[in-house]
Ligand binder design. Structure first.
Ligand code: ZN
Length: 190
Protein backbone atom coordinates (compact mmCIF):
# COMPACT_ATOMS: atom_id res chain seq x y z
CA UNK A 1 0.00 0.00 0.00
CA UNK A 2 1.31 3.42 -0.90
CA UNK A 3 1.01 5.97 1.89
CA UNK A 4 1.39 9.00 -0.37
CA UNK A 5 1.64 11.92 2.04
CA UNK A 6 3.88 14.94 1.73
CA UNK A 7 5.67 14.09 4.98
CA UNK A 8 8.25 11.53 4.00
CA UNK A 9 6.07 8.83 2.44
CA UNK A 10 8.96 6.42 1.98
CA UNK A 11 9.99 6.69 5.63
CA UNK A 12 6.41 6.21 6.87
CA UNK A 13 5.88 3.23 4.60
CA UNK A 14 9.14 1.83 5.89
CA UNK A 15 7.94 2.01 9.51
CA UNK A 16 4.70 0.23 8.55
CA UNK A 17 6.62 -2.45 6.64
CA UNK A 18 9.06 -2.87 9.50
CA UNK A 19 6.37 -3.44 12.14
CA UNK A 20 4.66 -5.86 9.75
CA UNK A 21 7.73 -8.09 9.44
CA UNK A 22 6.03 -10.18 12.13
CA UNK A 23 2.96 -11.83 10.70
CA UNK A 24 0.90 -15.00 10.63
CA UNK A 25 3.43 -16.59 8.26
CA UNK A 26 6.42 -16.09 10.56
CA UNK A 27 9.03 -13.58 11.66
CA UNK A 28 10.77 -11.64 8.90
CA UNK A 29 13.47 -10.67 11.40
CA UNK A 30 13.91 -14.21 12.71
CA UNK A 31 17.64 -14.47 12.00
CA UNK A 32 20.54 -11.99 11.65
CA UNK A 33 20.55 -12.81 7.91
CA UNK A 34 16.89 -11.82 7.62
CA UNK A 35 17.58 -8.54 9.46
CA UNK A 36 20.50 -7.86 7.09
CA UNK A 37 18.36 -8.60 4.07
CA UNK A 38 15.47 -6.39 5.25
CA UNK A 39 17.77 -3.46 5.97
CA UNK A 40 19.50 -3.89 2.60
CA UNK A 41 16.17 -4.01 0.75
CA UNK A 42 15.05 -0.81 2.47
CA UNK A 43 18.27 1.11 1.76
CA UNK A 44 19.19 1.36 5.43
CA UNK A 45 22.41 -0.64 5.44
CA UNK A 46 25.50 -0.51 3.19
CA UNK A 47 25.79 -3.63 1.03
CA UNK A 48 29.05 -4.62 2.75
CA UNK A 49 27.54 -4.48 6.29
CA UNK A 50 25.76 -7.35 8.06
CA UNK A 51 23.73 -7.74 11.24
CA UNK A 52 24.88 -10.05 14.05
CA UNK A 53 22.92 -11.82 16.78
CA UNK A 54 22.93 -8.81 19.15
CA UNK A 55 21.84 -6.57 16.26
CA UNK A 56 18.95 -8.91 15.56
CA UNK A 57 17.81 -8.64 19.17
CA UNK A 58 17.92 -4.85 19.03
CA UNK A 59 16.09 -4.85 15.70
CA UNK A 60 13.26 -6.85 17.30
CA UNK A 61 13.15 -4.50 20.33
CA UNK A 62 12.76 -1.60 17.96
CA UNK A 63 9.99 -3.36 16.03
CA UNK A 64 7.97 -4.37 19.11
CA UNK A 65 8.50 -0.94 20.70
CA UNK A 66 7.23 0.75 17.54
CA UNK A 67 4.24 -1.63 17.51
CA UNK A 68 3.42 -0.57 21.08
CA UNK A 69 3.64 3.12 20.11
CA UNK A 70 1.43 2.53 17.05
CA UNK A 71 -1.08 0.66 19.24
CA UNK A 72 -1.12 3.69 21.55
CA UNK A 73 -2.11 5.79 18.53
CA UNK A 74 -5.14 3.51 18.20
CA UNK A 75 -6.12 3.00 21.84
CA UNK A 76 -9.71 3.24 22.95
CA UNK A 77 -10.36 6.32 25.07
CA UNK A 78 -11.42 4.34 28.16
CA UNK A 79 -11.22 0.60 28.54
CA UNK A 80 -10.47 -1.23 31.70
CA UNK A 81 -8.80 -3.62 31.57
CA UNK A 82 -7.53 -2.76 28.10
CA UNK A 83 -7.07 -5.78 25.83
CA UNK A 84 -3.48 -5.69 24.79
CA UNK A 85 -1.84 -8.47 22.86
CA UNK A 86 1.43 -6.59 23.09
CA UNK A 87 4.70 -7.47 24.74
CA UNK A 88 4.36 -5.60 28.09
CA UNK A 89 8.10 -4.90 28.19
CA UNK A 90 8.23 -3.52 24.64
CA UNK A 91 8.17 0.16 25.58
CA UNK A 92 10.77 -0.22 28.34
CA UNK A 93 13.06 -2.10 25.98
CA UNK A 94 12.57 0.55 23.32
CA UNK A 95 13.40 3.28 25.88
CA UNK A 96 16.60 1.44 26.78
CA UNK A 97 17.46 1.08 23.12
CA UNK A 98 16.76 4.71 22.19
CA UNK A 99 19.09 5.85 25.00
CA UNK A 100 21.85 3.98 23.15
CA UNK A 101 20.96 5.35 19.72
CA UNK A 102 21.58 9.10 19.93
CA UNK A 103 20.41 11.50 17.25
CA UNK A 104 21.69 14.98 16.64
CA UNK A 105 20.15 17.95 14.93
CA UNK A 106 21.87 18.63 11.63
CA UNK A 107 21.42 22.36 11.06
CA UNK A 108 23.41 22.32 7.83
CA UNK A 109 20.42 20.74 6.06
CA UNK A 110 17.32 22.76 5.16
CA UNK A 111 15.09 22.29 7.07
CA UNK A 112 17.20 21.02 9.99
CA UNK A 113 16.76 17.29 10.57
CA UNK A 114 17.69 14.66 13.13
CA UNK A 115 20.48 12.32 12.05
CA UNK A 116 21.94 9.25 13.79
CA UNK A 117 25.29 9.57 15.51
CA UNK A 118 26.27 5.91 15.66
CA UNK A 119 29.24 4.68 13.64
CA UNK A 120 28.00 1.10 13.83
CA UNK A 121 26.04 0.44 10.60
CA UNK A 122 23.11 -1.52 12.07
CA UNK A 123 22.71 0.96 14.94
CA UNK A 124 22.80 3.74 12.36
CA UNK A 125 20.02 1.98 10.44
CA UNK A 126 17.83 1.49 13.54
CA UNK A 127 18.42 5.10 14.64
CA UNK A 128 17.38 6.26 11.15
CA UNK A 129 13.92 4.81 11.83
CA UNK A 130 13.80 6.68 15.17
CA UNK A 131 14.62 9.89 13.30
CA UNK A 132 11.75 9.03 10.93
CA UNK A 133 9.42 8.85 13.95
CA UNK A 134 10.50 12.38 15.00
CA UNK A 135 9.95 13.61 11.43
CA UNK A 136 6.46 12.09 11.36
CA UNK A 137 5.62 13.73 14.71
CA UNK A 138 6.85 17.11 13.43
CA UNK A 139 4.87 16.70 10.20
CA UNK A 140 1.68 15.80 12.06
CA UNK A 141 1.40 12.42 10.33
CA UNK A 142 2.45 10.35 13.36
CA UNK A 143 -1.07 9.87 14.86
CA UNK A 144 -2.13 8.29 11.56
CA UNK A 145 0.40 5.48 11.94
CA UNK A 146 -1.50 2.82 13.88
CA UNK A 147 -1.48 -0.81 14.91
CA UNK A 148 -4.77 -2.71 14.49
CA UNK A 149 -6.85 -2.61 17.68
CA UNK A 150 -7.54 -6.36 17.54
CA UNK A 151 -5.19 -7.81 20.20
CA UNK A 152 -4.44 -10.97 18.25
CA UNK A 153 -3.49 -8.95 15.17
CA UNK A 154 -1.69 -5.61 15.79
CA UNK A 155 -0.88 -5.22 12.10
CA UNK A 156 0.45 -1.75 11.30
CA UNK A 157 -1.26 0.58 8.81
CA UNK A 158 -1.48 4.21 7.80
CA UNK A 159 -4.89 5.72 8.49
CA UNK A 160 -5.93 7.58 5.32
CA UNK A 161 -9.45 8.27 6.57
CA UNK A 162 -10.61 11.87 6.68
CA UNK A 163 -11.51 11.76 10.40
CA UNK A 164 -8.45 9.71 11.46
CA UNK A 165 -10.98 7.17 12.73
CA UNK A 166 -9.75 3.92 11.21
CA UNK A 167 -9.49 1.23 13.87
CA UNK A 168 -8.87 -2.08 12.11
CA UNK A 169 -6.23 -3.25 9.66
CA UNK A 170 -9.12 -4.56 7.61
CA UNK A 171 -12.86 -4.23 8.21
CA UNK A 172 -13.35 -7.62 6.51
CA UNK A 173 -10.97 -9.44 8.82
CA UNK A 174 -10.50 -7.80 12.23
CA UNK A 175 -13.51 -5.46 12.12
CA UNK A 176 -15.72 -8.45 11.38
CA UNK A 177 -14.11 -10.62 14.02
CA UNK A 178 -14.95 -8.00 16.66
CA UNK A 179 -18.54 -7.66 15.40
CA UNK A 180 -19.02 -11.44 15.58
CA UNK A 181 -17.66 -11.56 19.15
CA UNK A 182 -19.96 -8.71 20.20
CA UNK A 183 -23.02 -10.43 18.78
CA UNK A 184 -22.02 -13.71 20.49
CA UNK A 185 -21.75 -11.82 23.79
CA UNK A 186 -25.19 -10.31 23.25
CA UNK A 187 -26.64 -13.76 22.54
CA UNK A 188 -25.12 -15.35 25.68
CA UNK A 189 -26.27 -12.37 27.78
CA UNK A 190 -29.88 -12.97 26.80
ZN1 ZN B 1 -6.13 -6.50 12.34
Amino acid sequence: MDIGTAAGPVALQRIVDYVNTRGADGDGLGTPEQVTSWLHTHDLLPVCAQAGTADRERAVWLREGLRALLAENNAEPVTSPRPDGLDPTARTQLATLTAELPLHLDVTSVPPRLVPQSREPVDYALATMLADVATAVAAGSWPRLKACREPSCRWAFYDHSRNHGRTWCSMNVCGNRVKVRASQRRRTAR
